[in-house]
Design a protein around this ligand. Structure first.
Ligand SMILES: Cc1cc2nc3c(=O)[nH]c(=O)nc-3n(C[C@H](O)[C@H](O)[C@H](O)COP(=O)(O)OP(=O)(O)OC[C@H]3O[C@@H](n4cnc5c(N)ncnc54)[C@H](O)[C@@H]3O)c2cc1C
Length: 340
């Protein structure tokens, strides 16, 4: 029986795990994927500039820091474990998984983001045979694309980010997009003023294999009713958005108020179910921002609320953080190692 079960090991869940330890709470953290990090794992090469107080960091390095921080107080972590249901019990909650295990705790913090995320596949005949070679759904390792011709399919934020990251690394970057580019004005403007070839109003019609049959050599792009245009490529990067699966919340027997796949919450993460709190992208409250900064803010609030739920005498918030008895020794070690 733990103080809190945290569902989801993305930024909100990892920071909630750390913050729970800081507040002396015992934690079970459950994550569906094989690795912690949540959506940040989808953009390992992107340079993150807007997480308060941090120097620009790649998604991969940012993730490593999140995970390290999340493990500070040795939480019990279960990876590749999908939460299937949450039940209320006499003493709190029982979190049930698809594999049949169950975890009991006094409170629950749901930090499941948009759910279990998988990239939308390219809907072109035979596309799956290139999955192991040069058809990609995330840009892992930008060096793969050095001096190559890369065609990006999609026109949302992620596709535009990739184009900007790859310009200057790849020999040629082409964006194929059904409509206009969407994304932050500054990044769209940057890509439009760059050497990236933006082929708007086009979509991939056909993938043409090389002699081995295992690599894409050319792509046929359709533009309206015009005849297909053949483009030579070394790599194809697809970003058509993501499929999200939040079955455990959609089918829950709890009286949990939800709106558009998100949990309606107060600013402190409290939900319509006493003892169950929401944090990060899964939470919907006035002033919510779906960014890393918002995930951390929500997580600290949810942990503070969970703490007072477990121990009504505890301070509701306003603790000056980074105060923990365990830190004195660690601070000394860090100073000695010249790391702070
Ligand atoms: C392409 C892209 C680029 C972005 N760039 C930036 C940026 O530059 N700056 C910025 O501030 N923000 C950025 N964001 C937003 C930021 O990544 C999110 O706001 C943040 O990841 C939200 O964290 P979270 O923990 O709430 O959710 P998530 O990161 O989605 O994590 C939720 C976790 O819960 C797990 N989970 C879900 N369902 C279950 C279940 N049933 N059982 C167990 N585990 C489950 C998931 O597997 C996942 O690991 C970007 C987002 C995307 C998609």
């Amino acid at each position: 029986m733990k103080d809190v079960t945290i569902i989801g090991g993305g930024p909100a869940g990892l920071y909630a795990t750390f913050y729970s330890g800081l507040r002396g709470m015992s934690v079970t953290l459950i994550e569906a994927q094989a690795q912690l990090g949540g959506k940040v794992r989808l953009y390992p090469e992107k340079v993150i500039w807007d997480a308060g107080g941090m120097p620009p960091l790649s998604g991969e390095d940012f993730c490593a820091g999140l995970v390290r921080q999340g493990r500070t107080f040795d939480p019990e972590v279960h990876l590749e474990t999908i939460v299937a249901d949450i039940k209320q019990t006499e003493n709190g909650f029982e979190v049930l998984t698809e594999g049949g295990s169950s975890f009991e705790s006094s409170t629950v913090i749901v930090a499941a983001g948009g759910g279990i995320i998988t990239p939308q596949r390219l809907e072109v005949e035979g596309a799956e045979r290139f999955d192991m070679t040069n058809l990609h759904y995330t840009a892992q390792g930008l060096e793969t694309f050095r001096d190559k011709t890369v065609l990006i399919s999609g026109g949302g934020n992620t596709a535009v980010d990739w184009a900007n990251e790859l310009e200057g690394i790849a020999a040629n970057v082409i964006i194929s997009c059904r409509s206009a580019l969407k994304g932050h004005e500054a990044v769209v403007e940057k890509v439009m003023c760059s050497t990236v070839d933006c082929m708007l109003q086009t979509s991939i019609q056909r993938l043409i294999a090389d002699e081995s049959g295992t690599r894409i050599k050319q792509v046929e792009l359709q533009c309206g009713l015009d005849a297909g245009r053949i483009v030579d490529v070394d790599h194809v990067l697809v970003n058509h958005g993501y499929e999200r699966e939040l079955a455990f919340l959609n089918g829950t027997s709890l009286a949990l108020e939800m709106e558009e796949q998100r949990i309606t919450a107060a600013a402190n993460g409290a939900t319509s179910v006493p003892g169950l709190f929401a944090a990060g992208d899964v939470a919907l409250h006035p002033g919510k921002i779906n960014l890393l900064a918002g995930a951390f803010h929500d997580a600290a609030n949810a942990v503070n609320a969970a703490k007072t739920y477990v121990d009504p005498e505890a301070a509701a918030s306003g603790m000056v953080s980074s105060h923990h008895s365990g830190f004195a020794e660690r601070n000394e070690a860090l100073k000695k190692a010249g790391q702070v």
